[in-house]
Design a protein around this ligand. Structure first.
Ligand code: ATP
Ligand code: MG
Length: 246
């Protein structure tokens, strides 16, 4: 690793401390009103927003560190179920967009309940029972990061729906994330995987879009010996299909 890379990574790593201080402070104001004093509804709303965004920042920091770890070829494999993987990623995504849905997801106890909880928000699950319950042995942080990026993109670009499906065939895990948005013209199929290529252009989306998500997905996939297929055309939605050997 070059010196600059190490410096950047340590800097990113050190962001963890001030972020948790902000997080803890906001949570104290919100949850310990007997010692910090009462809050108006507007103040509660702002504090909740601060907390949601500290969570988002913590996630970004972890993702950045995860990429560094991946580049060095470090793997931390463990056993986890497809059910846990998908449920946690959905909770992370809704936590930012629609926190009340995350609360509902947390309480679900079965595939059917989860399916129902997110259907109203345009997310449809297609997993066979056997696949859903399967325990895989992979680097969970990496697989989560891949899935989170694909679903986040699908959310950004969908017209109404995001379909998430998965299968396991001959020791290969396949996850598919499909949306019904404006799609990606063939001319851009290569470009979107390059670092810093993004079509997010307004100031609002400049904050949200760095053009790094898919480049990161490719790094992580490569390290796990996986592959990605994109099926999309202009106006026809987009489907990102990743395959990872178990
Ligand atoms: N589901 C999708 N539908 C249409 N276009 C997409 C979709 N997913 C990605 N793209 C295109 O690919 C580009 C690159 O995606 P990528 O995830 O790398 O970056 P981003 O989403 O713009 O920003 P970041 O992920 O860094 O926040 C996007 O700007 C968009 O143009
Ligand atoms: Mg993205």
């Amino acid at each position: 690793m070059s010196n600059t890379t190490i410096k950047t990574e340590i800097l990113i790593h050190d962001l963890k401390v001030p972020i948790s201080v902000i997080d803890a402070g906001a949570k104290s104001l919100l949850n310990r009103r007997e010692s910090y004093g009462p809050l108006t509804d507007k103040q509660i709303k702002v504090l909740k927003r601060i907390i949601r965004n500290t969570v988002a920042t913590q996630r970004l920091v972890n993702d950045a560190l995860e990429l560094g770890r991946s580049r060095e070829g470090v793997m931390y494999t463990s056993d986890f179920s497809i059910a846990k993987l998908v449920t946690i990623v959905l909770m992370e995504i809704f936590d930012l967009a629609e926190p009340s849905v995350t609360e509902v997801i947390k309480k679900t106890k079965s595939y059917r309940e989860l399916e129902r909880a997110i259907y109203a928000n345009g997310v449809r699950l297609h997993f066979e029972k056997g696949v859903w319950k399967t325990i895989v042995h992979l680097d969970e942080a990496k697989v989560r990061q891949i899935l989170r990026n694909l679903i986040t993109n699908a959310f950004k670009h969908r017209a109404q729906y995001v379909d998430i499906s998965g299968s396991i065939i001959e020791r290969q895990l396949t996850l598919k994330v499909k949306d019904d948005g404006r799609g990606i013209p063939p001319a851009d199929h290569q470009k979107i995987f390059e670092t810093y290529f993004t079509t997010g252009s307004s100031i609002e989306s400049a904050i949200q879009s760095h053009g790094l998500g898919l480049a990161g997905v490719m790094v992580l996939l490569k390290d796990m010996g996986g592959a990605l297929v994109l099926e999309s055309d202009k106006g026809k939605g987009a489907a990102f299909i990743v395959t990872i050997p178990i």
